[in-house]
Design a protein around this ligand. Structure first.
Ligand SMILES: [Zn+2]
Length: 691
């Protein structure tokens, strides 16, 4: 089945336009008015939605996401799948429920809600209320724009899964009745046009169409509001204020409100904030001039909304933000928007922490992380870099997170560790001075037990852990593996090629693979097939490593004459120790190296001798094992396969070296590092869900 689907996809691809878009295809236009009562947590909203049928046939019914109904009661699919828990947060099942109720939807004056119904296309759950289906009195023709007047009421849920409130902190994400995506034929390589409007699942994030937003927010005057848009007007009336924000060319709109916010402002300026060495590195790898790479940059206003007690993190978040703007601008394309808003959530609102929206995202600050020695751990910076860069892999390249979560989280994990490691080196250092890079930590996380291919619908993985593994570290490290196979120039040209081609569009997995396979490296094509569509793996190990002195011919010759030994039983045998006291002479070594798993990968094998000399062999990895016989003037002490760890997917890197009896084994420091990496793995596996 999978093979057939792929063949169909390949045929369709030929019909798609190959050119990148200068601006997104505008499908939606939202003009929203919303008022919030922070005491009762009740919301009243109205929106004028202009929706354009993108083509593919007349559309007789519309589909809407009512995401907050995931928090309506314990019968929702979100609750059944999550048990009311997400990441490390738990739902408040006392007073914490929330909902969205559409009270009216009119088209050309006709009320549509009378015929509306809820559907559960993914699991048939009769109690889920997150997908609203609205039949129309007549179809919307291809290319026609329907203008809908929608009125709704909502209650903000207590925050535990992205959106909600705690005290008077509010985060509004996925908060308004949002139309699903009607995919025209050919979009994301689909053979037929149709609605793509999934229920809200425990593990799923989002997918929406491009357009423009104008949002007027009314709430008490004391609130500080940060949003995805630029503030265009502010009106005050009787203790309340109405703030109007606008943002073009996005596919969602989030905002936050809290009376306690301190706003820290800064400006990204490429002339000062793009490091010279990174510019030179990018120019060389991409084969472009420095001037060409800098040409698309413009100034970006940075606003950090944070709690009064988190001042110690201001520079850390802003510096990480500037670095991420510089890096993505060089290796993908320059950030096209005028502003970016960073929200550091309060410490009792971590359900909203580490979440991405376009031009606004939430990061992490904890007071205890500001104290020595924990201030040496770059987790706040890592989260800032991670969440901002989602603005590329989920935002500007608008993938379908319901169906292909790796395209967002996995590519983002890859770019996160490249950025974090370049800027911070060891992002985590243990008190004994053992440091780890972010890439190493993800590598260790990718070694955990596997149950699924990378590619699956987000609600169809075996476990939440398998969703996490196959959305974050496994695709992140597999992309790093492709980078190692292609080399810097080929890889980064393919990577930037993918980013530029699919900017403002909706790529699918095969669009990314096409760029990676373009160089014609058969190992890359094989790796993609075995990991994204299968559960392929690889493990190099050294089976045996032996060394012995070569005394020349020893024993009886054909004539029965003893050679090199004395057969007289009365004579004492020469002590072996005396002979082996020095290592002079000729040595024979035999090493067997193996590769388990079904992913073919080349490797180098390095033999190290007591006199510190080494012998390096290249193995194509096409067979299951290989033997090396080596004659040397010093005994072999260590045989190691892939000592540079080019095969980052190696499932067990701790069996890659073997010591002969001539050596005491790995150093205490090497052992300590191994154990400490295991600890990092445990820590990071709890972080996947947070990011
Ligand atoms: Zn993420």
């Amino acid at each position: 089945m999978k093979q057939l689907a792929l063949a169909a996809a390949a045929t369709l691809a030929l019909a798609l336009p190959a050119a990148a878009l200068e601006t997104p295809r505008k499908i939606v236009d939202y003009d929203i008015k919303v008022s919030l009562d922070p005491e009762t947590k009740l919301v009243e909203g109205s929106e004028t939605l202009k929706w354009t049928n993108p083509g593919g046939g007349p559309v007789g019914e519309l589909r809407f996401h009512l995401y907050w109904n995931a928090f309506r009661n314990d019968r929702s699919t979100f609750f059944k799948e999550s048990g009311g828990r997400l990441r490390s947060d738990k739902a408040d099942t006392g007073k914490g429920w929330g909902y969205t109720d559409v009270t009216s939807m009119k088209w050309d004056g006709a009320e549509l809600m009378k015929g509306a119904r809820f559907e559960s296309p993914d699991d048939g759950n009769p109690d889920d209320r997150t997908v609203l289906v609205v039949p129309l009195p007549r179809p919307v023709a291809p290319g026609e724009t329907a203008t809908l007047a929608i009125v709704w009421k909502a209650k903000v849920p207590k925050v535990f899964a992205r959106a909600g409130y705690v005290r008077d902190f509010f985060f509004f994400g996925q908060w308004f009745p949002q139309i699903g995506v009607y995919e025209a034929k050919g979009r994301r390589r689909h053979a037929e046009a149709g609605w793509n409007c999934h229920q809200y699942h425990a593990n799923s994030e989002f997918y929406a169409d491009w357009g423009d937003w104008r949002v007027a927010i009314t709430l008490p005057e004391k609130f500080v509001v940060g949003s995805a848009g630029a503030l265009v007007s502010e009106k005050k009336d009787g203790g309340k204020k109405t703030l109007t924000f606008e943002q073009k060319a996005v596919h969602n709109f989030a905002f936050t409100a809290d009376p306690r916010y301190v706003v820290v402002e800064d400006v990204f300026d490429a002339a000062k904030d793009v490091p010279k060495d990174e510019l030179a590195r990018a120019a060389k790898a991409l084969g472009r001039s420095e001037a060409d790479l800098l040409a698309g940059f413009h100034k970006v206003a940075i606003r950090l909304y944070r709690q009064p007690e988190h001042g110690a993190f201001d520079r850390r978040h802003i510096d990480a933000q500037k670095w991420a703007l510089a890096w993505t601008g060089l290796w993908a394309f320059p950030y096209p928007y005028a502003q970016i808003s960073i929200v550091a959530t309060p410490e009792d609102g971590t359900g909203a922490t580490g979440m991405e929206y376009e031009t606004i995202y939430t990061t992490l600050s904890f007071k205890w992380m500001a104290r020595w020695p924990l201030n040496r751990i770059h987790i706040p910076e890592m989260v800032t870099i991670h969440e901002f860069t989602h603005g590329y892999w989920m935002g500007l390249l608008a993938s379908n997170e319901f169906e292909e979560s790796w395209m967002d989280e996995g590519i983002n994990t890859f770019t996160e560790f490249v950025m974090v490691d370049r800027k911070y080196g060891a992002f985590m250092t243990t008190p004994r001075g053992i440091g780890f890079t972010d890439e190493e930590s993800n590598r260790v996380s990718a070694l955990t037990q596997d149950h699924d291919p990378i590619l699956a619908n987000s609600w169809k993985y075996a476990t939440e852990g398998s969703y996490g593994r196959n959305s974050y570290p496994q695709p992140g490290i597999t992309i790093q593996q492709i980078r190692n196979l292609l080399g810097e120039e080929k890889f980064w040209r393919a990577f930037r090629g993918y980013a530029e081609r699919w900017r403002f569009d909706h790529p699918t997995s095969e669009d990314f693979f096409d760029f990676m396979r373009a160089s014609g490296n058969p190992l890359v094509a094989d790796l993609i097939q075995k990991t994204w569509y299968g559960r392929g793996w690889v493990d190099f190990s050294v089976f045996t490593a032996e060394t012995h002195r070569d005394d020349g011919f020893t024993g009886f010759d054909d004539a029965g004459k003893p050679v090199n030994f004395d057969p007289d039983p009365k004579k004492k045998e020469k002590k072996k120790d005396d002979k082996e006291k020095d290592d002079k002479g000729t040595w024979q070594s035999l090493v067997t190296v193996g590769r388990d798993g079904d992913i073919e990968m080349p490797a180098t094998v390095v033999l190290t001798f007591k006199d510190k000399t080494t012998v390096t062999r290249t193995w194509d990895g096409a067979s299951d094992w290989i033997k090396y016989r080596v004659t040397s003037s010093s005994p072999l002490v260590k045989a190691e396969v892939d000592p540079e760890r080019r095969t980052v997917l190696d499932r067990n890197p701790w069996n890659n070296a073997r010591y002969t009896k001539k050596h005491e084994g790995p150093s205490a420091a090497a052992k300590g590092r191994t154990y400490a990496l295991h600890l990092v793995e445990i820590l990071l596996s709890t972080l996947w869900g947070v990011l």
